[in-house]
Design a protein around this ligand. Structure first.
Ligand SMILES: [Zn+2]
Ligand SMILES: [Zn+2]
Length: 305
Protein backbone atom coordinates (compact mmCIF):
# COMPACT_ATOMS: atom_id res chain seq x y z
CA UNK A 1 0.00 0.00 0.00
CA UNK A 2 3.04 2.25 0.21
CA UNK A 3 2.72 3.32 -3.41
CA UNK A 4 -0.91 4.37 -2.96
CA UNK A 5 -0.08 6.34 0.19
CA UNK A 6 2.51 8.30 -1.81
CA UNK A 7 0.06 8.73 -4.70
CA UNK A 8 -2.66 9.97 -2.32
CA UNK A 9 -0.36 12.48 -0.65
CA UNK A 10 0.84 13.86 -4.02
CA UNK A 11 -2.67 14.09 -5.50
CA UNK A 12 -4.23 15.17 -2.16
CA UNK A 13 -7.03 12.66 -2.73
CA UNK A 14 -7.95 9.27 -1.33
CA UNK A 15 -7.74 5.86 -2.95
CA UNK A 16 -9.54 2.75 -1.74
CA UNK A 17 -10.41 -0.78 -2.84
CA UNK A 18 -13.79 -2.27 -3.75
CA UNK A 19 -13.70 -5.87 -4.96
CA UNK A 20 -10.78 -6.05 -7.40
CA UNK A 21 -10.93 -2.35 -8.29
CA UNK A 22 -8.52 0.20 -6.87
CA UNK A 23 -10.47 3.44 -6.88
CA UNK A 24 -8.19 6.49 -7.09
CA UNK A 25 -8.69 10.28 -7.03
CA UNK A 26 -11.48 10.02 -4.43
CA UNK A 27 -13.09 7.24 -6.47
CA UNK A 28 -13.38 9.25 -9.69
CA UNK A 29 -11.12 6.82 -11.59
CA UNK A 30 -10.24 3.18 -11.24
CA UNK A 31 -7.36 0.80 -11.81
CA UNK A 32 -9.20 -2.35 -12.87
CA UNK A 33 -8.32 -6.01 -12.27
CA UNK A 34 -6.53 -6.57 -15.63
CA UNK A 35 -4.50 -3.37 -15.77
CA UNK A 36 -1.37 -5.07 -17.28
CA UNK A 37 -3.50 -6.12 -20.27
CA UNK A 38 -4.52 -2.51 -20.87
CA UNK A 39 -0.88 -1.40 -20.67
CA UNK A 40 0.18 -4.18 -23.09
CA UNK A 41 -2.50 -3.10 -25.55
CA UNK A 42 -1.36 0.53 -25.39
CA UNK A 43 2.28 -0.51 -25.98
CA UNK A 44 1.28 -2.77 -28.92
CA UNK A 45 -0.74 0.10 -30.40
CA UNK A 46 2.26 2.39 -29.96
CA UNK A 47 4.43 -0.07 -31.91
CA UNK A 48 1.87 -0.19 -34.75
CA UNK A 49 1.67 3.62 -34.75
CA UNK A 50 5.46 3.89 -35.23
CA UNK A 51 5.35 1.35 -38.08
CA UNK A 52 2.49 3.14 -39.85
CA UNK A 53 4.10 6.58 -39.40
CA UNK A 54 7.16 5.17 -41.14
CA UNK A 55 5.01 3.84 -43.99
CA UNK A 56 3.36 7.28 -44.28
CA UNK A 57 6.77 8.99 -44.22
CA UNK A 58 6.22 10.98 -47.42
CA UNK A 59 2.54 11.76 -46.85
CA UNK A 60 2.20 14.68 -44.45
CA UNK A 61 -1.60 14.99 -44.68
CA UNK A 62 -2.05 11.26 -44.01
CA UNK A 63 0.31 11.50 -41.04
CA UNK A 64 -1.64 14.41 -39.52
CA UNK A 65 -5.05 12.71 -39.94
CA UNK A 66 -3.60 9.46 -38.61
CA UNK A 67 -2.14 11.15 -35.50
CA UNK A 68 -5.46 12.87 -34.73
CA UNK A 69 -7.19 9.45 -34.79
CA UNK A 70 -4.40 7.98 -32.62
CA UNK A 71 -4.67 10.76 -30.03
CA UNK A 72 -8.45 10.23 -29.74
CA UNK A 73 -7.84 6.47 -29.52
CA UNK A 74 -5.48 6.77 -26.55
CA UNK A 75 -7.79 9.23 -24.76
CA UNK A 76 -10.72 6.85 -25.17
CA UNK A 77 -8.67 3.79 -24.14
CA UNK A 78 -7.73 5.49 -20.88
CA UNK A 79 -11.25 6.91 -20.53
CA UNK A 80 -12.96 3.51 -20.83
CA UNK A 81 -10.33 1.58 -18.86
CA UNK A 82 -10.15 4.01 -15.94
CA UNK A 83 -13.75 5.25 -15.60
CA UNK A 84 -15.56 3.81 -12.60
CA UNK A 85 -18.02 1.61 -14.56
CA UNK A 86 -21.01 1.75 -12.18
CA UNK A 87 -19.96 -0.16 -9.07
CA UNK A 88 -22.80 -0.73 -6.61
CA UNK A 89 -21.44 -0.13 -3.09
CA UNK A 90 -21.33 -3.25 -0.93
CA UNK A 91 -23.44 -3.34 2.21
CA UNK A 92 -22.64 -4.86 5.53
CA UNK A 93 -25.09 -7.40 7.00
CA UNK A 94 -26.21 -4.91 9.64
CA UNK A 95 -26.86 -2.11 7.18
CA UNK A 96 -30.55 -1.29 7.25
CA UNK A 97 -30.33 2.30 6.20
CA UNK A 98 -31.32 2.06 2.55
CA UNK A 99 -33.30 -0.93 1.38
CA UNK A 100 -35.69 -2.68 3.78
CA UNK A 101 -34.83 -6.04 2.23
CA UNK A 102 -31.18 -5.99 3.19
CA UNK A 103 -31.42 -6.53 6.93
CA UNK A 104 -33.11 -9.88 6.87
CA UNK A 105 -30.91 -12.66 8.26
CA UNK A 106 -32.01 -15.01 5.47
CA UNK A 107 -32.86 -12.95 2.43
CA UNK A 108 -34.91 -14.48 -0.37
CA UNK A 109 -32.67 -15.79 -3.19
CA UNK A 110 -34.38 -13.35 -5.55
CA UNK A 111 -37.13 -10.78 -5.74
CA UNK A 112 -39.29 -9.77 -8.65
CA UNK A 113 -39.50 -6.27 -9.99
CA UNK A 114 -42.05 -5.34 -12.63
CA UNK A 115 -40.51 -3.07 -15.22
CA UNK A 116 -42.96 -1.73 -17.78
CA UNK A 117 -45.14 -4.83 -17.38
CA UNK A 118 -42.25 -7.33 -17.61
CA UNK A 119 -41.11 -9.36 -14.59
CA UNK A 120 -37.40 -8.98 -13.82
CA UNK A 121 -35.70 -11.32 -11.34
CA UNK A 122 -33.24 -9.56 -9.06
CA UNK A 123 -30.97 -12.11 -7.41
CA UNK A 124 -29.43 -11.66 -3.98
CA UNK A 125 -25.67 -11.16 -4.16
CA UNK A 126 -24.04 -12.97 -1.25
CA UNK A 127 -20.74 -11.15 -1.80
CA UNK A 128 -22.10 -7.61 -1.90
CA UNK A 129 -25.02 -8.31 0.46
CA UNK A 130 -27.67 -6.70 -1.70
CA UNK A 131 -30.23 -7.41 -4.42
CA UNK A 132 -28.59 -6.74 -7.76
CA UNK A 133 -30.01 -3.81 -9.74
CA UNK A 134 -32.56 -4.86 -12.36
CA UNK A 135 -29.93 -4.41 -15.12
CA UNK A 136 -26.95 -5.30 -12.93
CA UNK A 137 -24.68 -8.31 -12.51
CA UNK A 138 -21.98 -9.40 -10.10
CA UNK A 139 -18.81 -9.42 -12.21
CA UNK A 140 -16.54 -12.28 -11.13
CA UNK A 141 -13.42 -10.49 -12.41
CA UNK A 142 -14.22 -7.15 -10.74
CA UNK A 143 -15.71 -9.00 -7.73
CA UNK A 144 -18.46 -6.44 -7.25
CA UNK A 145 -21.96 -5.74 -8.53
CA UNK A 146 -22.03 -3.48 -11.59
CA UNK A 147 -25.11 -1.50 -12.65
CA UNK A 148 -26.32 -1.79 -16.27
CA UNK A 149 -23.70 -4.43 -16.96
CA UNK A 150 -22.86 -4.98 -20.63
CA UNK A 151 -19.74 -7.17 -20.47
CA UNK A 152 -16.30 -7.34 -18.86
CA UNK A 153 -13.46 -6.53 -21.27
CA UNK A 154 -10.15 -8.01 -20.13
CA UNK A 155 -8.20 -5.89 -22.63
CA UNK A 156 -9.71 -2.68 -21.29
CA UNK A 157 -9.30 -3.95 -17.70
CA UNK A 158 -12.82 -2.90 -16.82
CA UNK A 159 -16.48 -3.71 -16.98
CA UNK A 160 -18.32 -1.96 -19.77
CA UNK A 161 -21.43 -0.73 -18.03
CA UNK A 162 -23.58 2.22 -16.97
CA UNK A 163 -20.85 4.85 -16.68
CA UNK A 164 -18.45 4.01 -19.51
CA UNK A 165 -20.59 2.38 -22.22
CA UNK A 166 -20.87 5.56 -24.29
CA UNK A 167 -17.09 6.03 -24.23
CA UNK A 168 -16.72 2.36 -25.20
CA UNK A 169 -18.97 2.84 -28.25
CA UNK A 170 -16.99 5.92 -29.28
CA UNK A 171 -13.79 3.88 -28.82
CA UNK A 172 -14.89 1.12 -31.20
CA UNK A 173 -16.21 3.76 -33.64
CA UNK A 174 -12.86 5.58 -33.61
CA UNK A 175 -10.96 2.27 -33.89
CA UNK A 176 -13.03 1.35 -36.95
CA UNK A 177 -12.45 4.75 -38.60
CA UNK A 178 -8.72 4.57 -37.79
CA UNK A 179 -8.34 1.05 -39.25
CA UNK A 180 -10.36 1.90 -42.37
CA UNK A 181 -8.38 5.10 -42.91
CA UNK A 182 -5.06 3.21 -42.80
CA UNK A 183 -6.43 0.39 -44.99
CA UNK A 184 -7.79 2.74 -47.65
CA UNK A 185 -4.70 5.00 -47.61
CA UNK A 186 -2.39 2.02 -48.07
CA UNK A 187 -4.55 0.42 -50.76
CA UNK A 188 -4.78 3.63 -52.81
CA UNK A 189 -1.08 4.53 -52.53
CA UNK A 190 2.02 2.64 -53.60
CA UNK A 191 3.85 0.79 -50.85
CA UNK A 192 6.58 -1.78 -50.36
CA UNK A 193 8.53 -3.50 -47.58
CA UNK A 194 7.49 -5.57 -44.53
CA UNK A 195 6.27 -2.55 -42.58
CA UNK A 196 3.71 -1.70 -45.25
CA UNK A 197 2.52 -5.32 -45.43
CA UNK A 198 2.28 -5.51 -41.62
CA UNK A 199 0.28 -2.26 -41.55
CA UNK A 200 -2.01 -3.57 -44.32
CA UNK A 201 -2.64 -6.88 -42.54
CA UNK A 202 -3.21 -5.25 -39.13
CA UNK A 203 -5.57 -2.60 -40.52
CA UNK A 204 -7.52 -5.24 -42.48
CA UNK A 205 -7.99 -7.53 -39.46
CA UNK A 206 -8.80 -4.63 -37.12
CA UNK A 207 -11.31 -3.19 -39.64
CA UNK A 208 -13.19 -6.50 -39.64
CA UNK A 209 -13.19 -6.84 -35.84
CA UNK A 210 -14.10 -3.24 -35.03
CA UNK A 211 -16.64 -3.08 -37.88
CA UNK A 212 -18.47 -6.12 -36.46
CA UNK A 213 -18.36 -4.68 -32.95
CA UNK A 214 -19.66 -1.32 -34.22
CA UNK A 215 -22.66 -2.89 -35.97
CA UNK A 216 -23.44 -5.17 -33.00
CA UNK A 217 -23.36 -2.37 -30.40
CA UNK A 218 -25.23 0.06 -32.66
CA UNK A 219 -28.07 -2.50 -32.81
CA UNK A 220 -28.04 -2.76 -29.01
CA UNK A 221 -28.18 1.02 -28.63
CA UNK A 222 -31.12 1.32 -31.04
CA UNK A 223 -32.97 -1.42 -29.12
CA UNK A 224 -32.09 0.09 -25.73
CA UNK A 225 -30.60 -3.24 -24.67
CA UNK A 226 -27.24 -4.60 -23.45
CA UNK A 227 -25.01 -7.55 -24.45
CA UNK A 228 -25.77 -9.24 -21.11
CA UNK A 229 -29.54 -8.99 -21.64
CA UNK A 230 -29.15 -10.41 -25.17
CA UNK A 231 -27.04 -13.27 -23.74
CA UNK A 232 -29.76 -14.00 -21.19
CA UNK A 233 -32.06 -14.22 -24.18
CA UNK A 234 -35.19 -12.62 -22.81
CA UNK A 235 -34.84 -8.89 -23.30
CA UNK A 236 -33.46 -8.46 -26.78
CA UNK A 237 -36.71 -8.18 -28.72
CA UNK A 238 -39.52 -5.65 -29.01
CA UNK A 239 -40.73 -6.49 -25.48
CA UNK A 240 -37.55 -5.08 -23.96
CA UNK A 241 -38.95 -3.11 -20.99
CA UNK A 242 -35.91 -0.86 -20.82
CA UNK A 243 -36.47 0.53 -24.31
CA UNK A 244 -37.62 4.14 -24.11
CA UNK A 245 -39.67 3.87 -27.28
CA UNK A 246 -38.56 3.55 -30.88
CA UNK A 247 -34.94 3.53 -32.08
CA UNK A 248 -34.74 7.32 -32.42
CA UNK A 249 -35.63 7.85 -28.75
CA UNK A 250 -33.12 5.18 -27.66
CA UNK A 251 -30.39 6.72 -29.82
CA UNK A 252 -31.15 10.20 -28.54
CA UNK A 253 -31.05 8.94 -24.93
CA UNK A 254 -27.73 7.21 -25.55
CA UNK A 255 -26.18 10.37 -26.98
CA UNK A 256 -27.64 12.99 -24.64
CA UNK A 257 -28.22 11.35 -21.26
CA UNK A 258 -25.80 12.77 -18.67
CA UNK A 259 -23.63 10.14 -17.00
CA UNK A 260 -24.98 9.20 -13.57
CA UNK A 261 -22.74 10.20 -10.66
CA UNK A 262 -20.59 7.43 -9.19
CA UNK A 263 -22.15 5.66 -6.20
CA UNK A 264 -18.75 5.01 -4.67
CA UNK A 265 -16.86 8.26 -5.28
CA UNK A 266 -16.18 10.45 -2.24
CA UNK A 267 -18.30 13.34 -3.45
CA UNK A 268 -21.72 14.72 -2.62
CA UNK A 269 -24.13 12.62 -4.66
CA UNK A 270 -27.21 13.34 -2.58
CA UNK A 271 -28.55 15.86 -5.06
CA UNK A 272 -28.35 15.27 -8.80
CA UNK A 273 -26.88 18.00 -10.93
CA UNK A 274 -29.20 20.42 -12.74
CA UNK A 275 -28.23 18.80 -16.04
CA UNK A 276 -29.31 15.37 -14.76
CA UNK A 277 -32.52 16.72 -13.24
CA UNK A 278 -33.47 18.42 -16.50
CA UNK A 279 -32.74 15.30 -18.51
CA UNK A 280 -34.76 13.04 -16.22
CA UNK A 281 -37.66 15.49 -16.23
CA UNK A 282 -37.82 15.33 -20.03
CA UNK A 283 -37.43 11.52 -20.06
CA UNK A 284 -39.83 10.78 -17.22
CA UNK A 285 -40.96 7.45 -18.62
CA UNK A 286 -37.80 5.66 -17.56
CA UNK A 287 -38.12 6.86 -13.96
CA UNK A 288 -41.73 5.79 -13.82
CA UNK A 289 -41.09 2.37 -15.30
CA UNK A 290 -40.22 0.47 -12.15
CA UNK A 291 -43.33 -0.72 -10.36
CA UNK A 292 -43.10 -1.75 -6.73
CA UNK A 293 -43.66 -5.42 -5.99
CA UNK A 294 -43.81 -7.41 -2.79
CA UNK A 295 -41.32 -10.15 -1.97
CA UNK A 296 -42.04 -13.30 -0.01
CA UNK A 297 -41.38 -11.55 3.31
CA UNK A 298 -44.13 -9.08 2.52
CA UNK A 299 -41.61 -6.28 2.31
CA UNK A 300 -41.98 -3.82 -0.51
CA UNK A 301 -39.06 -3.67 -2.88
CA UNK A 302 -38.08 -0.07 -3.16
CA UNK A 303 -36.61 -0.52 -6.65
CA UNK A 304 -33.39 0.97 -5.33
CA UNK A 305 -30.47 -1.46 -5.40
ZN1 LIG B 1 -22.19 -8.48 -6.02
ZN1 LIG C 1 -15.90 -6.57 -14.45
Amino acid sequence: MGFWNVFDSISRTKSFTIGNHRLILNGRATIGPNFPYLLCMMVALGFLVLVILDVFANRIISQIIFLVFVKIEYMLLIGVGCTEPGIVPRRSGSDSSSSPTTHSANPAPSIETIVNGVKIDRKWCYTCNLYRPSRGKHCALCNCCIDKFDHHCVWLSNCIAERNYRKFFFLISNSMCLSLFVLVSLTLGSFEGWKAWLALLASFVLSLITGNLFIYHLKLILRGSTSYEITKGNLGNESNPFSLGDWRVNLNAFLTRPTDPSQVAIIDTTTPTTKQSNWKRSHAREDEMTTLTTNEFGVEDSGIP
